[in-house]
Ligand binder design. Sequence first.
Ligand SMILES: *Cc1c(COP(=O)(O)O)cnc(C)c1O
Length: 411
Amino acid sequence: MNDHLIYMDYPATTPCDERVFDKMAPYFCELYGNPHSWHSMGWASMHAVEVANKQIADYLCVDPSDVIFTSGATESNVLALRGMIPPKSPKESHLITTAIEHPSILEGCRQLHPQVITTILPVSNEGIVDLDELSRSITDDTYLVSVIAVNNETGVIQPLEQIGAICKERGVHFHTDATQALGKIPIELEKWNVSLASFSAHKVYGPKGVGAIYVRKGTPLRPLQVGGGQQRGIRGGTIPVPLCVGSGEACRILADEGASEFARISELSERLVTGLMLSIPYAQVNGGTSSKVPHIVNMGFPYVEGESIMMGLGSDVCVSTGSACSSDRLTPSHVLQAMHVNEYFLQSSIRFGIGRFTTVADIDHVICRVAAEVQRLRDMSPLWEMFNNGVDMNKIKWERRSSLRRDRPAA
Ligand SMILES: *Cc1c(COP(=O)(O)O)cnc(C)c1O
């Protein structure tokens, strides 16, 4: 029996790698100079920031001056949306995004209304953005197209090169939220024709509270946070040296170990999917046939509820029903809804994250636990009973647990 905690919520956040932590440590109490100060302690701090900046830029294959530190991907996303609005727009400004974005983008767009009109592109059942619809949606007023590179709930990879080509042809800037792409797929900003890209350190074994935005030279981005002119004037405020050093080291590790880590995680991912498919009848992978990163596995186990499965797994297995930002609400995932996932799969879906510290034993244990829990819940589920009695489930309306389970015996 596996009695340690099994963490499978890597898309929500990752533990800080101890090597990252060790690199950061001296910059709190010993090397604490303000990197913008003009003396030896300041220079030492600025040197550390420059090394980190270069480690990140090298990993992204871009010029170090095009990488701006922020407080995380949320800030980077909001900066891209708000900082790109033309200061004096003769007409209404228009931006295009998709239905499967992180809440920071969707909420950011809502906040800009009605100053900015947003078109939200639909996605296919496999979670891929509709390219024809993208082409059709671009108008003379469109100032930005923002598309998530790798979805944080399903792991589905968008056709970034094609999106970038459309934007280039139409003369529109392209921003991508590449938070879940970093360390999982090659980051090819040049090939994708990206003007702006968002990243976060805590999704790649770095510290929380720091991220970056890539700003290609010539991109008309205005600052949201002004101050002492730090970071090309794009983001004012004292640079958080320990956090930057940690981000640099996190990228250094990705550069050195990314390839072998990817191979290992691919194997674990296959093992998880195969194990769950074999042990749970009618299980299904959401976004099944599109190209995905192996780090994120989103599966539905129809006729039970995702929240009930999670509760049954207890406190020793950490998974999620949607993104961390929405899983406290009982509303189904907006990403799976946009993919038109069937109601029974939508309500029963679980996101498994596989990461640097996941082991084969963890995977096997989780397969056993989830299979047992789904079986236990199905044994109590009137929906499962109906399904087995040959009822046409498309005619049965899904209802929340309260109404359906009240008169069932507890197990
Ligand atoms: C986690 C995440 C964010 C937010 O990043 P923070 O650094 O926590 O603000 C944005 N987009 C995606 C796709 C994410 O996974």
